[in-house]
Ligand binder design. Structure first.
Ligand SMILES: [Zn+2]
Length: 492
């Protein structure tokens, strides 16, 4: 680990970071935002293109209704106000992978504004504002590798041109790299729940740019910001911000000034590098897109879209804590993905005792997963398996000890509970009373003192006998039957 001199630590404490995040999310529509070309990822280069997305003269854009619905759905999930009228605007810049010479985006009248989400930081809640959510089209891709003449040439793939995006811009409410990480994690979770994007970072369905500045603690005005672009994991964004905060403080402390610029993060070195000085907003010469009407999302349409809004993760966790009597931590684990939460809930509802399903997940499944370093999605025992095992315990067919053994076998064999239960010949716990009575007779004879105590009124002693019987039967005995037989014998 690199040690930091005390003087440097002192300097760091004098400053506070101000972070704002811009997140681009690709919407999961089948066709592009202004034409009917496919949005499928991984198609051969330049096969999903047409005159509209190639920007041929005379071609006209037609807005994709589904893209609007997805954008509005995401906006609602992020507590944004959806504007009844929003305007598409041309953002003019030249780039080789932008054939029209402008990108259709939204500028001063975005589809939604004034949202927020609540992150948890050190156990406390913190609201992070969302300034705006707007719709835009994606640009193409410049390829620098993966084709024969890559050493001398750059190739252009325009399949991505015109793929629908939403850009979600946060308020500069984020005060540390950790908060940025939490914000992004929660944002992604919410978007995934709405189903409007797969948020796949490797395929570029979710991209994040970070604006970062530092200022002396207590100062109102912001310092000069830099923008970190194209970081492809949340962990790298956290690292890039950590590096950039230190770099900016060092520059200021040594009497220098921060230049407003775009920087790239090199994950191998853990450093950011200057890429280009930042264009000012007016350099884009935004003006209303003349080929598209204003977008109107009226109350009727809005309420139709609102009906598609699923229960969101935070609300779901709160409800699950109440419905199934589980802890907040367990609810967090069980809502890791919507799919898992759906599975858990259908298993819990299908089982005779939902609380038992929750208990088994917490008590028997999580521990085994942790020991094997597995995510819940990799569990050999499915939620249906947990529900089936819960019912077997509930009906008294198997004991808790037998369930534990069967779970161990499931993990050893990498098979689901029901398969292992079949392989083991559908074992049932012993309620063969003659064998049990024999064990109990021996125990009663061998422990006269405890029998005396029981008969003198210390009824809790029965627990000692139950434990002994269970041990002697290697966990195969039905505890209920054992209890009945014991009470009868001990009453004398
Ligand atoms: Zn097209």
């Amino acid at each position: 680990m690199v040690t930091t001199p005390d003087s440097a630590v002192g300097a760091r404490a004098k400053y506070e970071p101000v972070i704002g995040l811009e997140v681009h999310v690709q919407l999961l529509t089948e066709s592009k935002i202004f034409c009917s070309c496919s949005t499928r990822f991984g198609a051969p280069p330049n096969t999903n293109v047409c005159p509209v997305c190639l920007g041929m003269p005379g071609s006209l854009p037609v807005l994709n209704k589904k893209a609007v619905e997805y954008a509005v759905l995401a906006a609602m999930a992020l507590n944004c106000r959806v504007n009844e009228t929003s305007i598409f605007a041309r953002k003019n810049y030249f780039y080789p992978d932008l054939p029209k010479g402008y990108q259709i985006s939204q500028y001063d009248k975005p589809v939604a504004e004034h949202g927020s989400i609540e992150i948890k930081i050190d156990g406390a809640k913190k609201k992070i504002g969302i300034t705006r959510l707007h719709m835009e089209e994606d640009a193409g891709k410049s390829l620098h590798e993966g084709f024969p003449e890559a050493a001398e040439k750059t190739a252009i793939d325009l399949n991505r041109t015109g793929v629908p995006l939403i850009e979600i811009v946060s308020e500069p409410d984020i005060a540390s790299p950790e908060e940025a990480y939490e914000y992004l994690t929660l944002l992604k979770e919410i978007i995934l729940y709405t189903g409007v994007s797969d948020c796949n970072m490797e395929e570029g369905s979710l991209r994040c740019d970070a604006n970062i500045s530092v200022r002396p603690r207590g100062q109102k005005e912001f310092g000069t910001k830099t923008e970190i672009k194209n970081v492809n994991s949340f962990r790298f964004i956290r690292e890039a911000l950590e590096y950039e905060i230190d770099r900016q403080i060092d520059v200021i402390e040594s009497g220098g000034r921060i230049t407003q610029e775009t920087r790239l993060y090199n994950a191998n070195e853990g450093k950011t590098y200057s890429m280009r000085s930042k264009e000012q907003a007016h350099d884009y010469r935004y003006f209303p897109e003349p080929d598209l009407l204003p977008l109107v999302v009226d109350e009727k349409w809005k309420s139709e879209i609102a009906k598609q809004l699923p229960e969101l993760p935070e609300a779901r966790r709160a409800r699950m804590v109440i419905d199934y009597g589980i802890t907040e931590y367990d609810a967090t684990v069980l809502t890791y993905s919507k799919e898992l939460a759906d599975q858990f809930e259908s298993a819990a509802k299908a089982a005779k005792n939902p609380k038992r399903v929750a208990n088994l997940v917490q008590g028997e499944l999580m521990g085994r997963l942790k020991a094997k370093n597995l995510e819940i999605g990799q569990s050999p025992i499915s939620m249906q398996g947990v529900a089936a095992s819960a019912d077997l315990v509930e009906s008294g067919a198997i004991s808790g000890k037998m369930l534990k053994d069967l779970y161990d076998l499931s993990f050893e064999r990498g098979k689901d509970f029901s398969a292992v239960y079949e392989e083991e010949g559908r074992p049932v716990q012993s309620s063969d009373t003659s064998a049990l009575e024999e064990i109990i007779d021996e125990l009663v004879a061998a422990n006269p003192k405890q029998v005396e105590q029981y008969r003198a009124g210390k009824k809790t002693v029965i627990g000692f006998f139950v434990g002994q019987v269970m041990k002697a039967s290697k966990g195969q005995a039905n505890p209920q039957v054992v209890n009945q037989l014991l009470s009868k014998k001990l009453e004398g």
